[in-house]
Design a binder for this molecule. Sequence first.
Ligand SMILES: Nc1nc2c(ncn2[C@@H]2O[C@H](COP(=O)(O)OP(=O)(O)OP(=O)(O)O)[C@@H](O)[C@H]2O)c(=O)[nH]1
Ligand SMILES: [Mg+2]
Length: 242
Amino acid sequence: MTSYLGIIVPTYKEQDNIYNLLKRVQTEVEKYKITTHLLVMDDSSPDRTREIIEAYQAQLNSQYLQISLHVRKSKMGLASAYTTGIKILKANCKYLLEMDADLSHKPEYIHDFVEKAKQGYDLIIGSRYVKGGGVENWSWIRKTISTNASRYSRSVLGLKVRDLTGGYNMYNSKVFDTVNLDKIMSSGYLFQIEMKYKTIKNNFKWTEVPIIFPDRVAGKSKFNKTIMLEALVKIWQVKFTS
Ligand SMILES: Nc1nc2c(ncn2[C@@H]2O[C@H](COP(=O)(O)OP(=O)(O)OP(=O)(O)O)[C@@H](O)[C@H]2O)c(=O)[nH]1
Ligand SMILES: [Mg+2]
């Protein structure tokens, strides 16, 4: 079945969030009548994440939402969860949305992304750093690191995007006929930057939509300063080998 929207949700130990995420996505796509295929990419979470998804699937009866679950044997990281998910969905969905499971990416913004897609944009970036966007409950240190990382990446890569590091982004599936997912070299933090860079460099039309990004409430934060700082060095590799 073809859907207008494919949503890729990577999960690792999200038992406290996944039910609410699925519920809120369902509410939104039914409200706006968006045919949606949501694919959860779970890396064998050692908690109840999978069980909760399967229970949700079993009772789901929706005209607009279809849910699939892809389980990988071990924790293989966010970047490959996304690239694998994109490969699975791209032929059958017109647009692809990347979304975290921890509710930092509010499903209530899906409609804003879709509106921009209808206006002809191929990359729609959920942005904390444009007017109307922001973060909630972040320590000043995390805020400073994130804004400066975006500023630094922007100047290294010569892009005008305000929020380069964010992970709530929607792509026209046709982007992946041009941007080769097998050549994405980054994992972790840099992945989102590289994907945006390659899309924009290939002249796809992009825009940013404001999002308020609340910090995760439930589950353990995996934010890691070392990984992020490492990304800021490796960004030069993205620039010169892309
Ligand atoms: N499949 C898969 N999902 C992952 C992996 N690591 C993280 N995730 C999921 O990817 C999304 C983003 O990870 P987060 O831990 O929220 O990362 P973050 O937003 O940078 O940091 P915090 O929210 O502070 O933890 C969440 O839905 C996680 O469950 C992984 O190795 N494999
Ligand atoms: Mg998070």
